[in-house]
Structure formats: C-alpha cells, structure tokens
Design a protein around this ligand. Structure first.
Ligand code: FES
Length: 105
C-alpha cells in the first residue's frame, strides 16, 4: 500500500461540528471538523443513496440525513440502525493550513 497525500481543502473551508464534501481523484469524501481534529469518510451512506456531508454531526457520530443511521467518524463503524455496514475512512493530515488525505489505500 503506498501513501499518496492529496491536498483536498484549506483548513478555513472547515466548520467545527460540521461536514463538507470533497471529490479528489473521483472519490466522494466527507470531511468532518470536530474540536480541532479532522476526520474523513466516504460520503455515501452504506445503507442508501444519501450524502453524509448533509447529515448531522453529534459528537463523533454522523447521522445520515435519510434514515438516521449513524457512523463513528473515527472508525467508520455503523453505530445505529438501519446502517449496519461500516463506511470507509481515510487518513487525514494537516499541514500549513491545508488538509491532506492519503488516497493511496
Ligand atoms: Fe443512510 Fe438509510 S441512507 S441510513
């Protein structure tokens, strides 16, 4: 597995306690900012065709806007029905005011 850090956003694009969508190299990814940390998961819910960036972030859980399934943004684990399948997470690093994702995996 190689490491490919890709610049996807400026830190100033993020809002604490909320998500935004980024689409580097054809991936649809949600970025979450929470208490100074940034997390990334696939944007598409594993239960249906909803975008998690439109969901509601409560603590470390993102609630899907369609059926209120929930995922832990740190691990991708499904934490509330009807979501049962984990969502993919992506490694994040911050450098010089920019947000990078490792798309190598
Ligand atoms: Fe996300 Fe159903 S589409 S919980």
């Amino acid at each position: 597995m190689s490491t490919t850090w890709t610049d996807v956003a400026a830190e100033t694009d993020l809002f604490d306690g909320a998500a935004i969508a980024v689409t580097p190299a054809g991936h649809d990814i949600a970025l979450y900012s929470l208490d100074g940390a940034v997390y990334a998961t696939d944007n598409l819910c594993t239960h249906g065709h909803a975008k998690l960036c439109d969901g509601f972030l409560e603590g470390h859980e993102i609630e899907c806007p369609f059926h209120q399934g929930r995922f832990d943004i740190r691990t991708g684990a499904a934490t509330c029905a009807p979501a049962t399948e984990a969502v993919k997470t992506w490694p994040v690093k911050m450098e010089a005011g920019r947000v990078y994702l490792d798309l190598g995996g």
